[in-house]
Ligand binder design. Structure first.
Ligand SMILES: *[C@@H]1O[C@H](CO)[C@@H](O)[C@H](O)[C@H]1NC(C)=O
Ligand SMILES: *[C@@H]1O[C@H](CO)[C@@H](O)[C@H](O)[C@H]1NC(C)=O
Ligand SMILES: *[C@@H]1O[C@H](CO)[C@@H](O)[C@H](O)[C@H]1NC(C)=O
Length: 459
């Protein structure tokens, strides 16, 4: 071995020689370990996993944050008496990520078994809605038993796991529960040229007025989820005092569709949700291909890889909106928040990967004393799994407790009796519902009560 004059380089040489004596397999092992470690950290971060944070806090969860007007009786007399809302929400440890929760909900969901009895409802324009009533021995058949109407999300119906969770637990309290499926969902055909969209409140209005007419003594509650929450809040804002709804809950609403659209087109994870949602929309369109081919751009629909593309080729053409942004602006519920006149609890997760917190109308909620906004640090989109077996959803329990406390309080909303019999509104009720398409393409829906021969009961 040739010795160098410098001891330093001699040292390096010795080191190299030593390193060369280590078998190559050990290097390979170290390299693979490093790669695995890097991959795990990338996955941990991109899935926003918070397992270790939860572990260090002993899985005690996080408290609910409330936004409300300081003079809000709905907060002081109702929400402050709700044990679940006043406690912490702690995530199922093996689902401690908004993405894992949301994905688990959509692929498995652990739904309870729910049986429905279907009532087909025909609207005045010839549209068909499937009203799915929960059949359960727990449901009391008293005329003053509350009725809870559920409005599903974008491409959901009564068979969606999260609606089964809600339907099952609400019926277990003895209340009547009905899922008001959107047009074209739940296996029913589209029978009119009016389709539902994210701001289509007319079907909710029609169903609510029909149910109130048939059950005048039953308090009527509505729970809207995701796009269903947007439709619910928009409907409540449009009708103000003039609704028989006694109280409502909006869960994981997108609030502002324009902000929501920008958000799901931005980050890589959000783009995946966007693709998945567009896939659901295309599947729905395929079920009704003849109608979509006739009224929209079928080739465009088939190629749609985002919600925005689908809305461009389908929703805007059918609903006669000039542009997609116009559709999003007009159908966002955030601008209707100020006019809501019934007790409304809004639940959102701050880590919702689909409906961003950026769109939450904090100020408007605080300005309206009928509204309490409850935000939770974790929960994902409509998930909020809890318990080690992930068998229950926190928002379902929170919603049911809120409605029960509201029901036993003095704060349920009551529709003001219309005293003057010859107003335009009254006469339109007498004539039955119709839809007015105005020049700017916006569908102005007027009135309400369907005539009795419009309803057919099946099964
Ligand atoms: C609720 O969460 C907070 C913050 O994570 C924690 O400090 C508190 O101890 C928790 N409360 C309960 C009852 O677990
Ligand atoms: C609370 O409501 C009152 C009217 O009821 C309003 O004047 C006030 O500005 C509201 N507070 C906030 C913070 O918006
Ligand atoms: C329907 O819309 C037209 C404008 O397109 C309007 O002139 C008419 O008054 C509307 N009808 C009702 C009942 O509002």
């Amino acid at each position: 071995m040739e010795l160098d004059s410098s001891t330093t380089s001699n040292g390096y040489l010795l080191l190299l020689k030593g390193l060369s004596l280590i078998p190559i397999s050990h290097y390979a092992f170290a390299f693979i370990t490093l790669i695995i470690f890097l991959l795990i950290s990338i996955i941990y971060n991109s899935l926003e996993i918070h397992f270790f944070q939860d572990l260090f806090s002993g899985f005690s969860g996080s408290p609910v944050q409330f936004s409300y007007n300081s003079s809000s009786q709905i907060y002081h007399a109702v929400v402050s008496n709700c044990r679940i809302l006043q406690g912490n929400y702690s995530v199922t440890p093996w689902l401690s990520s908004p993405h894992l929760q949301t994905i688990f909900l959509n692929f498995f969901g652990n739904p309870p078994t729910v049986k429905y009895k279907r009532q087909l409802f025909t609207t005045s324009d010839g549209g068909t809605l499937a009203l799915d009533w929960v059949t359960s021995s727990d449901v009391s058949d008293d005329e003053s038993t509350p009725i809870v109407v559920l409005i599903p999300g974008l491409t959901s119906d009564s068979s969606s796991p999260y609606l089964k969770h809600l339907a099952y637990h609400t019926a277990k309290r003895g209340w009547k529960v009905v899922v008001s499926n959107h047009r074209g969902f739940g296996g029913v055909p589209i029978t009119s040229d009016c389709f539902y969209n994210s701001g289509w409140t007319e079907d909710t209005r029609t169903v609510v007025n029909y149910l109130h007419k048939e059950n005048p003594r039953a308090p009527l509650f509505i729970v809207g989820t995701s796009i269903g929450a947007n439709i619910l809040v928009k409907y409540l804002g449009e009708d103000g005092e003039n609704t028989p709804v006694a109280g409502a809950v909006a869960v994981c609403s997108p609030w502002d569709l324009l902000i929501g659209d920008r958000y799901i087109n931005r980050a890589p994870m959000q783009k995946l949700y966007n693709k998945a949602l567009a896939g659901g929309q295309r599947d729905y369109a395929k079920l009704h291909q003849p109608q979509f081919s006739r009224l929209a751009n079928w080739e465009g629909i088939e190629k749609s890889l985002s919600v925005r593309e689908f809305d461009e080729h389908a929703t805007c053409m059918v609903g006669k909106y000039e542009t997609v942004d116009t559709y999003y602006r007009r159908c966002s519920s955030s601008t209707y928040v100020q006019s809501v006149s019934v007790p409304l609890l809004c639940i959102s997760a701050l880590d919702d990967p689909v409906c961003t917190t950026e769109a939450i109308p904090w100020d408007e909620c605080k300005a309206n004393k009928n509204i309490v906004l409850a935000t939770v640090k974790h929960g994902g989109h409509l998930a909020f799994f809890e318990g080690i077996t992930a068998s229950s959803l926190w928002w379902v329990r929170a919603t049911n407790e809120f409605l029960s406390v509201l029901h036993s309080s003095h704060y349920m909303h009551e529709q003001k009796k219309i005293s003057t019999p010859n107003t335009l509104l009254d006469s339109s009720i007498d004539q039955g519902p119709y839809v007015n398409v105005t020049e700017d393409g916006m569908v102005a829906a007027l009135n309400n009560e369907p005539t009795t021969d419009n309803q057919k009961k099946y099964r």
